[in-house]
Design a protein around this ligand. Structure first.
Ligand code: CA2
Length: 149
């Protein structure tokens, strides 16, 4: 069974506690449960993690190289600042989908630039928790296409 690493960055542990008008009412545990259900339906294994530490995200991306077929990543604010995450995703070369709960393009201009987008297969934002499920669907399609090709 192929495994997907679903990695979450800073402050996403606070989901469901504040700013529901931007991020929705679901907690990160709710997001994990929905991702687990979607992975099961797609026949994929899942590792779901969150950290507030940039270097830990870098290490998990490195781990994925040996242990995963693809990555779904919501790097939170590090999306907009981290050359280290850009380099890590580029280095491992796994199909990676960048996700955001909110539509970052409707928000402050500092959220309009992403260091991850240029090294990601695709980007999904603005669908709340469903952004993760859409990313898993997309990643599953890529992996199946790769297998048949
Ligand atoms: O929309 C997204 O998923 C973001 O990645 C969320 C990040 C933000 O910095 C990005 O620009 C877009 C922030 C996550 C913080 O989540 C909170 C949730 C509830 C209360 C406080 C923060």
């Amino acid at each position: 069974m192929k495994t997907i690493y679903i990695l979450n960055g800073p402050n996403l542990n606070l989901l469901g506690t504040r700013e529901p008008e931007i991020y929705g009412a679901d907690t990160l545990a709710d997001v994990e449960a929905r991702c687990a259900a979607r992975c099961k339906a797609l026949g994929l294994g899942m590792v779901f993690r969150q950290t507030n530490v940039e270097g830990e995200l870098v290490t998990w991306i490195h781990d994925a190289r040996e242990k995963a077929a693809g990555i779904v990543i919501n790097a939170g604010a590090y999306t907009h600042t981290s050359v280290a995450l850009h380099d890590a995703v580029k280095a491992v070369g796994l199909p990676t989908i960048e996700v955001h709960l909110s539509n970052v393009y409707k928000r402050e201009s500092f959220r309009h630039h992403s260091y991850l987008s240029p090294v990601s297969h695709g980007v999904i934002c603005g669908f709340g928790v469903q952004s993760y499920e859409l990313a898993l669907d997309g990643l599953s399609g890529i992996l199946n296409t790769t297998r048949k090709g």
